[in-house]
Design a protein around this ligand. Structure first.
Ligand code: G6P
Length: 473
């Protein structure tokens, strides 16, 4: 008999296949979800079902399946048309902009929706093929909102958890989506629905009560005579991993080379995926204003800006990339001196050792998204600061701002405020840095990724017991 297992399902697997001269290689996936859950799925008989990141021709699917099986990963293969319509289209041109309150970016194409349904069904087939009695299915994120309902329709009693890694918008925003009722009905297939913050929970409950036949009391929804619990589970990180990197030789070597190239100037750090929700343009504008109004910092500070390529086939992302190139070029042209450039811009991904060295070296980390479900970069920066030095500037629109109260909290649209906080950060006394960093580090340590998984799973079991008790009443 096989042991009960957890089947994690997300659009993207934690590793992606990349093709180099006809050879398939594995490389880590970008983004909060893959980073956050990366260390969890390897335990026991658990498996992770998801898309391997590119179209794999039929005659090579077996090879990829075998390669991934060694890592407990199960691929769902998508054609280029499916990738275009379901992933780039519905997921990233409808749900992503609307859920991040950028509704003018949304493109409500009927064919996107048709493919979203087809591909969610494809995922349901993959889940069904691996599901045994007693297993738990844990579905992740906005690309698979219909999946809980589809799995429930095939297996009425299966245990399903769903966690959304991006914000859930207010009802007035969510109602704009033409297929809003169907999306909610899909989510109602879960037993437990998790979001990062209480505001997301509140927004979801309000949308559910206005757009469906469900009823709710406290945080329990009754829908089709089933009980569904909705709760906030702020996601944490693997803090130990970042602390351990402190002793890594490669990290030390990078730190040394940063120190040499910086020649004593202070480092401001910014790390994001390429995304309009991350507030990269206003952040650059704030830095430009800072140099303009405080020229005494010329040759004294440098902005290291890492932008990790992402979704660059989606038109708005392409445009954003061009805007960043242009603005960085302008700032550097305007302020650079013979031996110094204000912005060091990298458009690529880096190994964790390089990022860890940046986190450890940076005097200030600027995290100013327009909207962000959680933002794990802010937590990674804090966890890396084992010397309790450094200042985090954090947008009030990031879920993390609800926990990291000792960051300097800013409105990401207020360029003047970001600039003033930058000035404050660069002048903050060591005692104050230490005081703030220590309290944030304690939070990141306590509410880490392990506790997050445990809390979610414990709650899911509790919900199942509650449902069973209600049935026997
Ligand atoms: C965010 C989302 C994830 C997504 C990641 C990377 O973190 O919450 O679901 O996987 O971005 O985006 P991508 O489109 O490359 O998967």
């Amino acid at each position: 008999m096989t042991k009960n297992k957890t089947i994690i399902v997300s659009n993207r697997l934690p590793v992606k296949i990349v093709e180099k001269d006809g050879v398939y290689e594995l490389s880590p996936s970008e983004g909060g979800l893959a980073t956050g859950l990366g260390s969890i799925y390897k335990t026991g008989d658990n498996v992770w079902i998801g898309w391997p990141g590119l179209e794999v021709p039929e005659d090579r699917q077996q090879e990829v399946t075998e390669k991934l099986a060694e890592l407990n990963l199960i691929p769902v293969f998508l054609s280029n048309e499916e990738i275009y319509q379901y992933y780039e289209g519905f997921s990233n041109e409808v749900l992503w902009p609307v859920f991040h309150y950028m509704t003018t970016y949304a493109n409500y194409e009927q064919s996107y929706w048709d493919f979203y349904q087809t591909v969610n069904t494809k995922f349901a087939d993959a889940v069904e093929a691996h599901l045994h009695e007693g297993d738990t299915v844990w579905v992740h994120d906005y690309q698979l909102l219909l999946l809980p309902g589809l799995v429930r329709a095939r297996q009425a009693h299966v245990t399903i958890g769903f966690f959304q890694h991006i914000p859930f918008p207010s009802y007035e925003i969510f109602r704009l989506i033409p297929w809003r009722e169907e999306l909610l009905a899909g989510m109602f297939g879960a037993d437990l629905l998790g979001f990062h913050t209480f505001d997301d929970v509140r927004h979801f409950l309000s949308a559910a009560s206005k757009l469906s036949t469900s009823k709710y009391a406290n945080n329990v929804i009754t829908y089709n005579e089933r009980q569904i619990v909705v709760e906030a589970f702020p996601m944490g990180i693997d803090d130990d991993k970042f602390e351990r990197l402190a002793d890594n030789e490669r990290v030390s070597a990078h730190i040394q080379s940063f120190k040499e190239s910086k020649q004593g100037s202070r480092m401001i750090l910014s790390i994001d995926r390429l995304d309009y929700s991350k507030g990269i343009i206003p952040r650059l504008q704030a830095f430009e204003l800072f140099l303009h109004l405080h020229p005494q910092y010329i040759e004294k500070v440098e902005l290291y800006m890492i932008v990790v390529p992402s979704r660059d086939t989606v038109p708005q992302y392409k445009e954003l990339r061009e805007q960043i190139d242009q603005l960085v070029g302008n700032i550097n042209a305007k302020f650079r001196t013979l031996n110094w450039a204000p912005v060091h811009y990298f458009y690529r991904s880096f190994p964790i050792e390089f990022l860890s060295a940046l986190y450890r070296t940076a005097d200030v980390c600027l995290v100013t998204p327009m909207r962000d479900g959680m933002n794990l970069v802010s937590k990674e920066f804090v966890a890396s600061k084992t010397d309790n030095r450094g200042v985090l500037i954090l947008s009030e629109m990031a879920g993390a701002s609800k926990e990291l109260n000792d960051a300097l909290i800013v409105n990401p649209n207020n360029i003047g405020e970001i600039m003033r906080n930058l000035l404050q950060a660069l002048n903050m006394s060591e005692q104050e840095q230490e005081h703030r960093m220590k309290s944030m580090r304690a939070i990141v340590k306590k509410f880490n990724i392990h506790l997050w998984v445990k809390n979610f799973m414990d709650k899911l079991n509790e919900v199942k017991e509650m449902q069973a008790a209600l049935l026997t009443k």
